[in-house]
Every structure is written in C-alpha cells, then in structure tokens.
Design a protein. Structure first.
Length: 315
C-alpha cells in the first residue's frame, strides 16, 4: 500500500512538472503614458493593481540593454540628459570601482526586504558599473522610498507602476530598449514635419492627435486613462502618429521616419523574445510607451509564434 501511494505521488508530480514545462510562455504588453499631468496623477494606480494581479515572473522595461554598444554610442551625447549622465558615471566607474562579481551576484539574489542600506548603495554603484540602467534606477528608487515605494504619485510609469510592481514581486527589471537609430529617426521626423506644411500631412496629424486627446478626457477624469490608452483603437492611433502612417501624401522624410520606427520596434521585439525564450519564465510583462505596443505585437507574433502575445485590455 505504501509503495502504491509513493508511486501515485511520483506520477502526479511528474505530470505537474511536465505540464508546467509545456506551458506556453506569455508576453503581456502594457502601454504606458510616460509622464501624466497633475490633474490625473493617480492614473497608474489601476494599472498597478492589474499588473500585480497578473503576477509576473519577469518585468521588461524600456531602457537600453547594457551590452548594446551602438545605442550607448549614441546616448552618451544623445537626446536624454539622464542617459548622458548615466553613461558618464558608468564610464568613470570602469576604472575607479572595485567590482566584485561574487558579491554582486549574491546581493542580486537577496529579497529586497533583507538588503541593508549599504548593500542597496553597493547595488546602485554596481548596476551603473555594469551599465544596467533599469536596475540602477530601481535600486535608487528603493533607497529613496523604501519597499512600499513613493507615497505620493510620481506621475511617471517608473515610480507609480514599474518599480512598485518590481518591489512588490521581489523582481529585478530586465532592459529591452534599442536606440541605435534614434538620431536618424529624429532627423527624419523633423524632415517629415517640414515637408508636411504644404501637403496636408501636418493637418492630418493634428486632427488625429485631437481625436485621440479628446477621446481620453472622460476616461482620464474617472481614473481610466490607462485602460483607455490600452484600447486597441487608441493604440492604433498612437502607432499611426509615431510611425507616420497618418500621412495623406508620403514623402521622403516620412518614409525614413517610418523605416527607423519600425526597425526600432523590430529590434526591441528581438531583445524581448530572445531573453524570454532563454528563460524558464511563463508570465512576462513588458511595460513600454503606448506608441510602441502595436509594432511590438506585430513583430513578436510574426517572428516568434511560440510566444503567446497579449495586450493589457485583452487579457
């Protein structure tokens, strides 16, 4: 009898493990609004509640990957002052910081609530040394606000959604952004706007922007801005504006801008998929600017059919 019970127990455990191994990996994409106005400062609260309920095993963020030398080559003097400062710090630490790989790995495995203040400070410096911008900012947030995060809304996705989610689930974040051709994209953008002054393109863009903005007023008042932003209709409008698909007369600048936007989404999707597939994580959340969602969905579904791609409002 005892042998039979043991056999049945092993059989059930084997079935359970096999089932878990065969479960399809998910990529749940949440479109963020980046920074929101003060009047709707609590817009990320319902999104955080949703993300916690999903219970992710990994969180991917719109921050350049540490080993993406092409992106950092641009960003060291690029559009973002924060990235410029971070690169300078990281670069200086390569020669001045006594990095201990074993210490770093051990501290990275510890639960957030067991880390001392000095250990968090070490992880901040070590993350900068490793050029890991996402976790550098996460540890800074932890040091400043503690495990529960900021009491008052920061009005930004990182402070009100991403880092609160990461701390609540005891997860470090994973970088996935790509900014290799952002300089070329911004040049093409300006060119497209200049070309659009006389051919109706700028008028078409303004109309689409107003339509998108006006439709968000009521949802924003009732604290549903995040849900509204993640409606497929809203996401398609944002995608059209960001990728110059709103144009009524295609021009050289608009075509170039579209090319660089689509290529960035393709590389971001590759960064996400390659890291997800090399892990054993089933539930993966991607938090990214809402304008990227449709492009990422397309690239992931087209090139990585083994992944189950889900949008926030369609989960």
């Amino acid at each position: 009898m005892k042998t039979q019970i043991t056999f049945i127990t092993i059989l059930f455990l084997s079935i359970f493990v096999l089932s878990a191994q065969n479960k399809q990996q998910e990529v749940l994409i949440i479109g963020s609004m980046h920074t929101v106005p003060k009047i709707v400062k609590k817009s990320y609260k319902p999104m955080l509640k949703f993300a916690k309920k999903y219970n992710p095993e990994a969180i991917y963020v719109e921050s350049p990957m540490a080993n993406d030398t092409k992106s950092w080559e641009y960003l060291q003097n690029g559009w973002s002052k924060n990235y410029q400062k971070f690169y300078q710090l990281s670069d200086s630490l390569k020669t001045s910081f006594d990095f201990d790989e074993s210490k770093f790995n051990n501290l990275s495995k510890k639960d957030f609530n067991t880390l001392t203040k000095d250990e968090v400070k070490y992880l901040i410096t070590a993350s900068a040394y490793k050029r890991d911008n996402g976790n550098y900012e996460l540890y800074q947030y932890l040091l400043k606000y503690g495990l529960d995060g900021a009491k008052k809304p920061t009005r930004h996705e990182d402070g009100d959604l991403t880092y609160k989610l990461a701390l609540s689930k005891n997860l470090r974040v994973i970088n996935m952004d790509d900014q290799q051709t952002n300089k070329e994209f911004h040049t093409a953008w300006n060119k497209c706007i200049k070309e659009g002054r006389e051919n109706g393109n700028n008028t078409a863009n303004t109309k689409l922007y107003k339509k998108n903005y006006n439709s968000s007023i009521l949802p924003a008042i009732f604290r549903h801005l995040g849900k509204h932003t993640n409606k497929r209709k809203s996401l398609n409008q944002l995608h059209e504006m960001a990728s110059f698909r709103y144009v009524v007369n295609d021009t050289e600048g608009c075509k170039e801008g579209r090319k660089y936007w689509d290529e960035r989404n393709m590389r971001m999707a590759n960064n996400i998929a390659n890291q997800v597939l090399s892990s054993n994580k089933i539930r993966n959340i991607v938090i990214v600017g809402a304008s990227h969602v449709i492009g990422l969905e397309k690239e992931l579904k087209q090139n990585y059919p083994n992944l189950k791609v889900i949008l926030m409002n369609e989960y």
